[in-house]
Each structure stands twice: as structure tokens, then as C-alpha cells.
Design a protein. Structure first.
Length: 176
């Protein structure tokens, strides 16, 4: 295995020579593969790699910093999620004077929660691994949509009225 050094770090790479016209670097799942024409001298390949070392380093680091596959959600976490949702709905239905028609938990790809015009609330299953206050914030957010079906100032004032530190939890969700 070959290595390139950048920023004091050694990055391994695999060299593949094949019947191609141009040399290129491919990074897949954090692994660096350099493909070069069979007849190209190693000296030229090394020069090419050295010129691209910063790009290689940045792309390998970007991959390493990407969140890994979702952690497996345990049954006990789902039960805790259900409990926190129920408790939060009970709490905020009293202060907001609203009640959803239906509440369900689903693996949603696009959001932490949603509220339909039919007054149905859906909470993302991935919240099962989050802290209780974050779950409570998402439930409050969706329940506020039962009063304000938008993200107007009036909506955010309603959220803040019921959870004055909601911005902390909103930020934690964005950071995940």
C-alpha cells in the first residue's frame, strides 16, 4: 500500500494501472484509489498525487466527519419515545387548548416531525435516541401548528411562550 503525506498525516492509497488514457483519483468510503495508464512512469504519477494531496486530504477528512450509519434503535428507546410524546401532548394540549386527531411515529427522511391539515401529527422514529427535552420540543412545535399552520412570528412566539429555551433544542437537532 502506498501513502501520501499531507498536513503531517499519512493517507494510504491504492494504485491501479489499467488500459485507460488519463489518470484520475477516486475516493470511495474514505479509501483513495489512484488509477493510471499502464505505461505511465511512476515519477509522473507521484507528481500528480502530490499536486492533488490537499484535495485528497480534504475529501478523506470530509468522509471521516460524516455521520455514520444510523445507530440501531432499541425497543426500550421506542417505548421511552412513546412515553415522552404522550406526556408532552398531555402537557401542551392543556396550555395550547388543542388536541391532534392522530399521533404516529414513523421513520421520516425529511423532518423531525410533521403536522397535516387533517390535524394528524407524525413524529420521527429517530428521535428515540435523542434527549427527552428535544423530543418534547418537536412535539410542542407540531402542536403549535394545530394553532398556526405556518412558521410566522405568531407561531414562533407561541412556541417560545410554552418553552422559552426552545432554541437550544432546535439547534441541537440541526447539529445532528
Amino acid at each position: 500500500m502506498n501513502e501520501i503525506e499531507y498536513n503531517g498525516e499519512k493517507i494510504p492509497y491504492t494504485m491501479v494501472k489499467s488500459k485507460i488514457k488519463n489518470m484520475y483519483i477516486h475516493i470511495k468510503e474514505g479509501k483513495v484509489i489512484v488509477k493510471a495508464p499502464i505505461r505511465l512512469k511512476d515519477k509522473y504519477i507521484q507528481e500528480f498525487i502530490n499536486k492533488k494531496s490537499k484535495w485528497i486530504y480534504e475529501n478523506v477528512k470530509r468522509y471521516e466527519q460524516k455521520p455514520k450509519k444510523e445507530e440501531k434503535i432499541e425497543a426500550k428507546d421506542v417505548e421511552r419515545l412513546k412515553y415522552v410524546i404522550e406526556k408532552s401532548i398531555e402537557k401542551y394540549s392543556k396550555t395550547l387548548h388543542v388536541m391532534p386527531n392522530k399521533v404516529r411515529i414513523k421513520d421520516i427522511k425529511y423532518a423531525w416531525g410533521s403536522c397535516s391539515s387533517k390535524r394528524n401529527i407524525t413524529i420521527n422514529l429517530k428521535l428515540a435516541t435523542k434527549e427527552e427535552k428535544i423530543i418534547e420540543y418537536v412535539v410542542l412545535h407540531e402542536m403549535c401548528h394545530l394553532r398556526e399552520m405556518n412558521h410566522s412570528k405568531k407561531f414562533w412566539d407561541l412556541v417560545e411562550e410554552n418553552m422559552n429555551d426552545y432554541k437550544n433544542y432546535k439547534k441541537k437537532l440541526k447539529d445532528n
